[in-house]
Design a protein around this ligand. Structure first.
Ligand code: AMP
Length: 113
């Protein structure tokens, strides 16, 4: 399967990893939109949030827990950060392997563009 994030999981494409466990990997986004921009992905390929099933509930929990851990380790937990999951065209999804964006290090605008 030609999925760039599966290649990162397999170690075939390099990534600046911040966290790795049995379920998820967190690495810095190549094109950061904030001083800290980290992607948290499941090891298993799931194309979009639409493909999540009830059996994936714990996995989504692992992604959120990993985001919180990364935020603490980056020292941004208290100041705050944003977690984003883009889905399909209107959501702006460009990589079809689900990923949670963690954006931090500056005041973020709302609503998002
Ligand atoms: P999205 O638009 O929500 O699908 O986000 C995809 C994100 O993946 C974008 O922010 C890209 O900059 C990022 N990205 C794409 N390829 C890589 C890569 N090889 N390493 C790190 N980040 C990547």
């Amino acid at each position: 399967m030609d999925c760039i994030f599966c290649k990162i999981v397999a170690g075939d494409v390099p990534a600046d990893k911040l966290l790795e466990n049995d379920h998820v990997i967190a690495f810095r986004d190549l094109n950061p939109q904030a001083p800290h921009h980290v992607l948290i992905i499941p090891r298993r390929h799931i194309a979009t949030v639409n493909e999540l099933s009830p059996a994936d509930a714990a996995l989504v929990g692992e992604m959120s827990l990993a985001a919180g851990q990364v935020a603490r380790e980056l020292g941004v937990a208290d100041d705050g950060y944003r977690l984003v999951l883009n889905c399909n065209r209107n959501g702006g999804q460009t990589v079809f392997h689900i990923h949670m964006h963690l954006l931090a290090g500056r005041q973020l605008g709302w609503p998002p563009g």
